[in-house]
Ligand binder design. Sequence first.
Ligand code: ADP
Ligand code: ADP
Length: 230
Amino acid sequence: SQILRLTEVSKTYATGSLEVAALREVSFTVEAGEYLAIMGPSGSGKSTLMHILGCLDVPTSGVYELAGQDVTGLSEAELAEIRNARIGFVFQQFNLLPTLSAWRNVALPLCYSGTPAAERRERAVAALERVGLGDRIDHRPGELSGGQQQRVAIARALVTDPSLLLADEPTGNLDSASTEDVLRLLDELNDSGRTIALITHEADVAARARRTLRIRDGRLEDLVTSGVGA
Ligand code: ADP
Ligand code: ADP
């Protein structure tokens, strides 16, 4: 089944009398279980696309459907609800709260969905075990390496069982060993059925995905498949 469908999505930013076309009639679909990379140079529209895919912003024109629902015309409150239910976010900066233990960081998204406290801990611990950090549940972010902190962030993104894991330059802050660690984890998550969209400007990171979309000046350039199963 289709998780995402973009149909001629355009995004224009107005700055004073100037208009910047950040996305120009972008169309593509993503099937459940896919691992897609979105690659392009700085200023090509990656962040804008990421914000639309993550329901953080809406297109100026065109249609975005997430899990069969047209989200284009929704209010900010409705978008927030869909975001919490459907999207797991991973960022370059891990965005962990430094005073909270790993499991409390991971449990945070469950606080917004009204999950009972005992279940929150149970699910957070299970998510940390899933990313190989079952022995680090009480560590604070500062007591963990960069690679471990990003794995905590991935556990936090997974704890709500989202339809889509959206990773924006997830290895941008990591050394090569931790980068490999995190990319291997994303491979494993995809192997077990998780749908992933990875945004990056690095070709060797994009090469880990099953399919790469290239974006330049707000337009999709071509379709390149790579990796296993291509
Ligand atoms: P990337 O993430 O690939 O660097 P962006 O999506 O951030 O690309 O930017 C695409 C284009 O849109 C660029 O020309 C950028 O300057 C412009 N842009 C991005 N955000 C804004 C904004 N809030 N206001 C005006 N222009 C913007
Ligand atoms: P990994 O390669 O798995 O990301 P490292 O080899 O960098 O981890 O770290 C090894 C051990 O050192 C880990 O158990 C981690 O908790 C600890 N560690 C790494 N960086 C720090 C740090 N800045 N402060 C405290 N402990 C750290």
